[in-house]
Write a protein that binds this ligand. Sequence first.
Ligand code: NAG
Ligand code: NAG
Ligand code: NAG
Ligand code: NAG
Ligand code: NAG
Ligand code: NAG
Ligand code: CU
Length: 803
Amino acid sequence: MLPSISLLALGLASASSTLAATAGSFVESGDTLVSAMMMFLGNEEKVYILDKAEGNPAQVKGHPAWGSVWDIKTQQSTVMDVRSNVFCASGMHLPNGSYVTFGGNGAIGRGGEIGSVRNPWGNGAWDAEYQDFDGSKAIRILNPCTSQDNFASTKCQWFDDASLLSMQKQRWYSTAEPLADGTMVLIGGFVNGGYINRNYPNRDPEFSGGAAENTYEFYPANGRGVQPVQFLIKTSGLNAYAHAFLLSSGKMLVQANVSTSMSYFFLTLVLQANDFPVIWDYNTNTETPLPDIPGNVVRVYPASGAVAMLPLTPANNWNPTILFCGGSDMPDEAWGNYANPAIDTWKYPASRDCQRLTPEPAGGSVPAYESDDDMLEGRTMGQFIILPDGKMLVINGGLNGTAGYATATGQTANYGDMPFGMSLASGPIGTPAIYDPNAPKGSRWSNAGLGTSNIARLYHSSAILLPDGSVFVAGSNPNVDVNTTTIFPTEYRSEIFYPPYFGASTRPTPSGVPKSISYGGNSFDITIPASSYTGSANHAAGNTTVALVRGGFTTHAMNMGQRYLQLNNTFTVNAGGTITLHVAQAPNPNVLQPGPALLFVNVNGIPSVGTLVIVGNGRMGIQPTAPPSILPASVLLDTAKGSGDGSASTSPGGGAQGGNSNGAMGAHTGAIVGGVVGAIAVIGLLGALLGIFLARRRRTANAAPASHSTSYTMAAGGQGMAMGDAVLAGGPHRGMRSSDSSAFVPLQHGNSSDAWHGSTADLTGGYKDKDEMDVASGRMMSMDYDPYAASSPRVTTPVQHRY
Ligand SMILES: *[C@@H]1O[C@H](CO)[C@@H](O)[C@H](O)[C@H]1NC(C)=O
Ligand SMILES: *[C@@H]1O[C@H](CO)[C@@H](O)[C@H](O)[C@H]1NC(C)=O
Ligand SMILES: *[C@@H]1O[C@H](CO)[C@@H](O)[C@H](O)[C@H]1NC(C)=O
Ligand SMILES: *[C@@H]1O[C@H](CO)[C@@H](O)[C@H](O)[C@H]1NC(C)=O
Ligand SMILES: *[C@@H]1O[C@H](CO)[C@@H](O)[C@H](O)[C@H]1NC(C)=O
Ligand SMILES: *[C@@H]1O[C@H](CO)[C@@H](O)[C@H](O)[C@H]1NC(C)=O
Ligand SMILES: [Cu+2]
């Protein structure tokens, strides 16, 4: 059987089976083997899952596993070996569709103890039982593979070897955001620490005695060093996993604590007035303060609000607006320090407040936060999943408290007295809600028709959009190590949530979707058969959108890199009800950085199954750009109708003498001709990239998930909560304590800025691949060190002492 045919068959099978799913329902979807702290969609078949190094029963290479891959079709997971401790890393896609994760924690052993072999400066280098290496500087790369591949082959496995590739600084809870050239900015993080990024009182906000890394660096570094970030110093304490979004201008919005900044310290694509990018500039480290978030509501970890960019559409001229919902307004002293919070957080209601910010308003007006509709309930650790139809699902999280875990707080000294074990949150929320950015104010939130999960998804849970438009939900483990007997246990069960459009009897089945999208240049056509919709073809055509959706890298209630971009389009309604969409390429790489995305076609609000595409040329570097696509005028045809309800496909008139309701009728095909200039030819070449992983299929075998009885009550949606400052007043306040959680290594270390295990690879030239693009194989090559290249000096046997 030809691979392409089998892939098509698989796609059709999964599309039809998902159509049978009940809209609004949660359905259990198998055991993830490791607890899904982090996930990303690798391709149309696989979700890659990462956990911290801990005592999971699933084993790989003789030690507990903390990586796995879940197959969408079979709902089976397979363990994967990850060498270093990927505990609370950041992650991002690469322009070629691979993924990379950054940093983590030192090596940890049972119970979160420091690994048995220590670095001279105190943290774990390796652990004899769990066999994890220090991941605090790690850069790990994964090339997504499919069931056609041999998963045992090196190219399908994690590359994770800090002796060859690593960051310049230790970063735990850092943020990764790509620039327009596909390179990454890595922002902030702890060196070590835990709950929040400060000692108390906070006399040393820049360094916190060596525990804070308030700097940024690049991947690949290409010789560029580490720079301080004044904004992170200003927001010291609540600046881990800062929210960062590249904006249209090339500046980056950075948000932490209650502060906001526009940073302009990166390689930047500068746009001219017509949005046609022409200037690439390396700017110096400048930051412009924007207003504070109103109401003292903190959105970063561990307050962990849901934060995402609203869909970028032609109607909003692809100008980013960021939505911040929930989190916590705990007062300053309640946040405590590295060790733990000063109060019993599980009694403190999470915020339901939402704010919108357009950092670069049209017309140059002054950016300001705008109060948006409150969520239906307060939520910490809720996360936004941007759905293919442009609505935003908030899912997971709890009613009270914060992210993080601890064995004590300033008010509860003994672990045995902690009512929720190590969890600092309570009241898991089982019901998601959907926000409609285009609905009038006052009616944007709804949970009507949405089911309730009975699985608590609290700290270290995650969720990601799947190609069929459903949402994969997994993880939750507010515990230092595996604990299946505590109230909020280590969770291995996954679920799929089916959004309301799964209630549609017909979903669009577009054809002609390209494998890649360029920045400007020739438009392309997508065909929608009449069987994709019902009713008037003119109405359906006018109510069709084409969207690129990037689900991002999910961890800690964030989906780093998540973006939704609606491509501009016009259409031609044909006799018989077939609709030809004329679709513009993406506007520019500031608006959607190069890399993978799912392309969906929505007809009358119902999305197709998404197709994986690569946006840009598949390589790091300045992206080819061209003037905006010029689209032919739309052509209507009154008599055409859809046949999606199974009835006859066309009206008897057939369109020959069909009257057009507007003046755009006539010889419409002629309108396509002309005007398209400066196209970039990247499309054919990129198709090959997606097809490189064709090998034999490997079956996985897994134990059935253990049965589990729920010992907590799930909150359904819509529960109101009074704000609870009163919590602070009551109870004995024991003040700040020094770090005592075994998960968090002591703060007093040696010099953490030494050049220990910095990469020995010369990223600027030493390990260059033989070609940037191997035309024969269609394989894209990295511009920097490529660990998967056959000629690379990859170390396959861990050298414990060097690592
Ligand atoms: C958050 O920022 C406010 C305002 O700058 C500051 O007073 C407070 O100490 C910060 N909170 C923490 C926990 O760092
Ligand atoms: C979308 O395309 C239409 C038709 O060509 C054009 O008039 C409009 O300006 C485009 N919108 C944007 C935001 O470029
Ligand atoms: C699991 O959690 C419970 C309750 O917090 C605790 O008593 C028990 O010791 C924990 N088990 C392990 C293995 O840590
Ligand atoms: C959440 O906090 C409120 C206010 O302190 C309290 O009344 C409620 O019981 C808490 N909910 C849970 C699930 O603990
Ligand atoms: C598109 O279709 C949906 C579903 O029928 C409908 O709610 C919406 O109003 C339509 N939009 C337009 C612009 O016709
Ligand atoms: C994608 O790029 C990365 C880094 O630039 C490289 O290591 C990896 O091998 C590339 N993937 C493929 C499939 O070529
Ligand atoms: Cu974490």
